[in-house]
Each structure stands twice: as C-alpha cells, then as structure tokens.
Ligand binder design. Sequence first.
Ligand SMILES: [Zn+2]
Length: 466
Amino acid sequence: MTRSQVALTLLAAAILAPLNCRKAEGVENDPLDREAEVALVEYVKIDTSNPPGNETAGAKFLQQLFVKEGIEVKLVGSDPNRQSVYAKLSSGTNEKALLLMHHIDVVPAVANEWTKPPFSGDQSGGYIFGRGALDVKSLGVANMIAMIDLKRRNARLRRDIIFLGVADEELGGLRGCKELLEKNPELFANVGFVLNEGGYNETAVDKITFWGIETQQKVPLWLRLNVKGMPGHAASPPPGGGTIAKLVRVLDEVMKIETPYRLTPEVKRYFRDAGRSRPGNRGDVMRAIKEPLDIKQIEEVLPPGYRSMLQDTIVLTRVSGGAAPNSIPARASADVDIRLLPGTKIEPMLERVKSSVGKSAEVEVLLAGEPGPETSSDTELFRLLAKAMKEDEPGSDVAAIVGGGTSDSRFFRARGIPAYGIAPFKVNYYDADSVHGTDERIRARFFIEGTRLVRKIVADFCVRAK
Ligand SMILES: [Zn+2]
C-alpha cells in the first residue's frame, strides 16, 4: 500500500467508523470485544459432539478463563467425561439470583458436507465458522464476558450472577441440567431468573425487525422403533420381504397418524403479538389467527416454522439396519421425533404410535417431555429485556413467543422459576439454517454486537444503582 492509499484508507475508516460503531455507545475499542471473539473461536474448536459429549474439555476451557479473572468457578456433574461448569459472582444480598445458561455440547457434524472443517474455528468472509457457533457456544461466551466485564469493573451487584455451561442438552439434558437440579439443588438455591437459548430474531437487510423471547415450548417425545425378523440371503426372501421391508411398513403407518391443526392460547397470543411488525399476508394471517382455523390460508401463507406451532409434528430422523446389499438383517430401527403442542401430555400420542405399529415393532421411549407452565412475561426481567432489545435496534418489536424446539429451560419452568429464551445475536435467515445443519456460522460483527447486548442486559439487571 502506498502512503496516499494508507491516508485514503484511514480517511475512509474515519468516515465509516461512526457508522460501524453506532451501537458501541462509548465502548469503542473495548478489549473485551476481541477477547470474546478469540474465546468463541477457541471454544468451537473443542469437539463436544453429543453423542458422546466430552463436555469436560469445554467446561475446563471456560473454567480457566474464569480462574484467570479471579471468579469463583468449579466443575460439577457425576460423569468425569461429562462435566458442567458453574461460576458465580456474589453480591452479598439475598435478592433472587440471575442464572446465565448455555449448553456445552453440540450436535454432531458430518465433516465432508461442510466447506470448512466443523471444528476448525475458521474465520473467513466476516464469519466465524464451526459447530456451536450459533447453537450455542456464542451465547456461552457472551454470558461469560458479561461476568468478566462486571468483575473487572468491580461492579457492586444487587443480586448474585451464576454462570452455568451444561452437558447433554442436545440429547434432552437428562445427564446435564436435569441431573444437576436433582442431585445438586444447592447450586440453584436462590435462583430466581434464568436466561437461556431459545428465542429468535428476524431481520430485514441486516436490521432486526422482531425479537422473540421464548416463554414456552413444545413438548418433545422421541421414540425408537425396533423391528426384528429372520436374517438370511436376499436371494430367497421370506414372505413380506424381511426386516427392512417390515420397518418401512411400520414407518408408513406412523406417518399416517394425523396431527390436525389447532390453536393453543399461548400460540394465539404469540401470533397476534408477533404479527404486529409483519407486513403483508403473513402479518394479516398471524394477527387475525383464531379458531376455527382457515387451513387453506395457513398452508398457503405461513412457512413451516409457524405451521409447526399449530400442530403436533411427527418426523423420521434416523433409520438403521442392514450391512450388505444381498443380506437381510435380523434387526432394524428408526427414530421418530415428535413435538407436541404446549400443554399436551405425551401418553395419548405414545398410545397412538403403539397401536399404529401393533406387534410389528417394539416402541422404545428415548425422551419424554412433560407439559410445563409458561413463564410469565409480566416480570421486571422481561420488561428489561424488551427495553434493551428495542433500544438496540430502534424500530424493532419484541414479544413473548412459543418455541418449537426443546431446551433446558423446561426444567426450571417446571420448578416455577421464570426462564427466558433469548437470541441476542442478529442472524439473517440464510445463516440461521446452519443451526444443526452444515457450515454453521455467526457473523463476527453480529457476535460482538450481541455480546455487548448481553453485557448491557446483565449489568442493567444486576448492578446496584448508584
Ligand atoms: Zn441449543
């Protein structure tokens, strides 16, 4: 670069800087931005694919960062390979504590389907790539940075802040959050609020138009259907075509189970509130949603994510069986991921599956959720979240939403502890699809902005007014 080019570049940077740092609000060149980015890159490099999890490596990574800051931290959990990490900033008060949650484990990645190695922490094109970049190591780092920020500033707290990075969320949390709540209740003795994953935001040309704060979620029911038959040579098949053919017929029966559209009170409120900020047909349909539902209109106008909030869903997610093209196996199995509308008990659906497969398959329950209460949006924390989000993106709207997924929040809601699922990072729709998919990535700039938002939320809720 010549001197004049350098000068021009600096001039351009000076002109652009106020635009780029519009959100910085006095924290320009904050070293924590860079530290957050480095921490995320290092964190996604740790392979915590579940199964098997190996969350201890991720837990230790976070632990040493807390130790360096002099923040009280320990590893917790019964399995040495599947530890969770628990850190705390004490306030010396009895106010209800804020728990900042995320999960250390990630879903497995099929490396050859990715353009970047999934555990390389590749930084290119303004993105940080890696399994967990969105779901949900980014939130874990933001939570940690928010606490480090307060510790370094020696902030006087009005409530304790607890950090928890848990194992096993992706497979239902039974060996992570649920186990900790049951075996180590002292860790959560004074927790009054939980911030966790689970919300979402919508963008239009890099601006957030809508923030959804999750207060309720669908109920998971994961099943494995096991089929047995006579093994043998494929050249002389038994009547019915053998084990795999039997499994196909079983799955066909399961897929015939009807899941009619219906409207729950929480989804009705969610659609009406979220519809406010949506232009066009979609907004019209959401705002006017009521029973009896106009099925034709729903199917024409609403994308799958919204339609899934109006019905139970049954999806085949895995099939397994067979070893060679010319052999009939003795066993075959398939996994079915069922999500029931909020408030729905699992037993009736389980019975329907059992009766549809009859004696052809054994039905194994992998995960059975329980309908839990909704977290109220009439709390100090919800109002603070909504205010912070609206201020972060002027003109945006905020509402309590029902989540289609499952998270550890349900264990807290079942205990009557308010838990909010938030998505502090701006995510464009074309990046959002990388969650549980290929080339999972977060825009580095959006990660920094979201981390600053989390810092602000935690500070506003937990630091004593002067
Ligand atoms: Zn997640």
